[in-house]
Design a protein around this ligand. Structure first.
Ligand code: IVH
Length: 695
């Protein structure tokens, strides 16, 4: 008995030492097999003598692995991404836009933090009463995966905090150091495994292991740089909040600095860039954030990026290789996209064999405005080309070396008919892209639309991915979106049954039917995004959903906006984030009979959920239509509009019978007159601020 107790104490000490050597010092003292043997012995003794199990037992330090998959977590505060700056001028413009939004003079003091942008994956850690209770990946920004058991194996992540706010969500980046990455790959390949392409992939793969034991054996690290839900503010400034996170026990990046304005920001950028190669971990730029948190609050967010921060990216990585061919792909909106088939080449640690060539003008040596690029050099099959890769973006062909051009290389002739359906491929004036005119008859467009519809940000149907969609389409089982929802009706019994198809069995077939059934109930924003209408992305779909609320309201408004003028059209383009091009594309989709009917057939199969409106409880202006006119003195027009929208109001540019409230500053002219004629309530700026002060 005492022997067992002694053995457990001994094992706890050894394992603790091994952990520290491995995770903190990057200097493992024992190998994985030895480590595992210690863990096993510890577990075996504990099993025989459960009463002797220590309170700091090494078995408990990992956390149990979830049995199947990861649970989903809806972020209480969305996890957003950052807008990018690529040069010094973009940084100056960022500062100018912040000042403009806040109505600050160019000379007014305004500081920013500058810190490395870590090339890993973001993670949100929730602490309640100081205890780590949730760890969520970013996912789609709204819903992530719960990887708590895995996060608990990361040494940089405290399990408990002293004197933290009751609720604290700490956000930051999980990453892997170069040394750990090299060692991991060496171990992996020695065991016959495939090496990871880069530390970010290794970190992502390691964090999303279903078995937390595996994550534990992968040396992940974590830098805290932001926060989500909070019961009490951490500080008044970004810098203060980061320091506070440091005091609470998180790793914070030592290169975080306070800057007085754009010139200090870009010089800190240069300093960080010069240290990039020796930092020991991957970074892909510098992030600037407005330091004052009250100003951050006022600036708020665009649909999915904050107005108060920007990522200044490092220049992309380059490599030269042979262009072996140019393929034309037809996308969901009919765009003919030239894809470069390259002799495989490593660019910044990733093997690249395909790259985009954008469009026909780009191949000819012109940009979309007709201006020469690359000194007017065209790109030909057989050419020696420069490939360029920046972070996550699709690699591009950037340049061509004419001295290495084979004599037989001929100018590339861009097809004028669709390679998929032989319809004419047309370029509208002002459009850089040639598009197939086949619409729904083009199999490539139809199939790409279907793939888009089932994709993760749209209907997200488990078991129905690109491959399955292609198969079903090829066999004529699914020709348009509505067919997905009648699949079970048509193919669950009878001669042709899904379960009898190659690759499908009883279980997978019924799982697919269940997954489809599950998505009949669909939020309006996902449906709209899923339709794959040109220019209507995820963010815009959310805006439109929140604006119109219900599907019938949206569909009716699109019909009413036909012809692109009148009140319905004005209302559409008044939505912050919806421009005339997007609006035109939307209205057009609903104006074409074939497309509208296909949408209607789909909607008939669905139970479309109203948009979840922003929490406007207690807002005196929720659902009201507000118009601002004249000069505002305490805030800019953009700020006033964003604030009103946050409170659930619709902000419109013109006064009509639908207007509920006019906010008129000095110099208000015809709008104030019209509002008076229509008997619409009118407030001055102070009246407005007073109205919303408690909301
Ligand atoms: S701040 C509201 N700071 O970059 C914005 N992000 O492109 C919160 N990232 O999703 C993000 N280093 O995964 C911030 N120092 C840093 C960062 C950083 C890396 C990542 C993060 C984010 C992505 C945006």
């Amino acid at each position: 008995m005492t022997q067992a107790k002694q053995a457990l104490a001994d094992l706890a000490r050894k394992l603790d030492r091994a952990n520290k050597a491995y995770h903190t010092d990057d200097a493992p003292e024992i190998d994985d097999a030895q480590y595992d043997a210690l863990k096993k012995r510890n577990a075996a003794i504990e099993k025989r003598f459960p009463d002797l199990k220590r309170s700091d037992s090494p078995s408990d330090q990992i956390g149990a692995a979830p049995a199947t998959g990861f649970g989903k977590i809806t972020h209480r505060v969305s996890m957003l991404s950052l807008a990018n700056a690529f040069d010094d001028e973009d940084v100056t413009e960022f500062d100018a836009s912040v000042r403009k939004y806040l109505g600050l003079e160019p000379t007014a003091p305004l500081s920013y933090t500058a810190e490395p942008k870590i090339d890993g994956l973001s993670l949100s850690l929730r602490y309640e009463n100081g205890i780590l209770v949730e760890a969520a990946t970013r996912g789609d920004g709204t819903v992530g995966e719960n990887v708590l058991a895995n996060a608990r194996t990361i040494e940089d992540i405290p399990h408990q905090l002293q004197s933290a706010p009751e609720v604290l969500e700490v956000r930051g980046e999980v990453y892997m150091s170069h040394a750990d990455f090299d060692a991991l790959n060496a171990r992996h390949t020695a065991q016959g495994g495939k090496p990871f392409a880069n530390p970010r992939n290794a970190a992502a793969g390691s964090l999303r292991q279903l078995d937390a034991e595996i994550t534990r054996a992968r040396p992940l690290r974590f830098f805290a740089y932001a926060w989500g839900d909070l019961s009490a503010p951490l500080a008044d400034t970004q810098m203060g909040a980061i320091d506070r996170l440091g005091d609470l026990g998180f790793s914070i990046n030592p290169l975080t600095t306070l800057c007085d304005g754009p010139s200090e920001m870009v010089s800190h950028y240069a300093r960080i860039e010069s240290q990039r190669a020796t930092l020991g971990y991957d970074i892909d730029g510098v992030v600037y954030k407005v330091d004052n948190l009250e100003l951050q609050r006022r600036l708020g967010f665009r649909s999915n990026t904050p107005r108060w921060a920007i990522a200044h990216k490092f220049p992309a990585e380059l490599a030269w290789t042979r262009l072996e061919g140019i393929d034309i792909q037809v996308g969901r909106t009919g765009a003919l996209s030239p894809v470069a088939r390259l002799h495989p080449v490593t660019v910044g640690g990733v093997v690249v064999s395909n790259a985009t060539l954008h469009n026909e003008d780009y191949i000819r040596g012109f940009d979309s405005k007709g201006t020469e690029i690359r000194g007017g050099k065209d790109i030909r099959v057989g050419d020696w080309v420069q490939v360029y890769r920046a972070g996550d973006v699709i690699p591009k062909v950037a340049d061509v070396d004419l001295s290495k051009r084979p004599v037989e290389a001929t100018e590339f002739k861009f097809p004028e008919i669709c390679p998929e359906c032989q319809s004419d491929a047309i370029r509208e004036p002002g459009d850089a892209v040639r598009r197939c005119s086949g619409g729904l008859i083009c199999p490539a467009q139809a199939v790409e639309k279907l793939k888009h519809l089932v994709s993760r940000a749209a209907f997200d149907i488990d078991g129905l991915g690109s491959k399955q969609v292609e198969q079903f389409y090829a066999d004529g089982w699914i020709a348009e979106p509505a067919d997905i929802f009648t699949l079970q009706e048509r193919y669950s019994s009878g001669l042709q049954q899904l379960k009898n198809r190659e690759g499908w069995g009883e279980k997978s077939a019924s799982a697919l039917f269940a997954a489809i059934e599950d998505k009949r109930k669909i939020p309006i924003a996902r449906l709209l995004f899923g339709l794959g209408i040109r220019h209507v992305g995820e963010a815009a779909s959310n805006l439109l959903a929140r604006h119109y609320g219900t599907w019938p309201a949206l569909a009716e408004a699109m019909q009413d906006a036909r012809g692109c003028d009148g009140p319905a059209w004005d209302d559409l383009i008044a939505i912050d984030g919806v421009g005339a091009v997007m609006a035109g594309s939307l209205v057009n989709a609903f104006a074409q009979d074939a497309e509208r009917e296909s949408i209607e057939r789909l909607v008939e199969q669905l139970d479309v959920q109203e948009a979840q409106r922003v929490d406007t409880s207690g807002s005196p202006v929720a659902g009201k239509t507000v118009v601002f006119t004249g000069t505002l003195e305490k805030m800019t027009r953009a700020e006033a509009k964003a604030r009103a929208e946050r409170l659930g109001a619709k902000v419109s540019g013109s006064v009509s019978a639908k207007t509920d409230l006019l906010v008129a500053g000095p110099g208000a002219g015809s709008k104030a007159k019209k509002a008076a004629e229509l008997g619409i309530e009118t407030l001055d700026e102070d009246g407005w601020l007073d109205l919303i002060k408690d909301a």
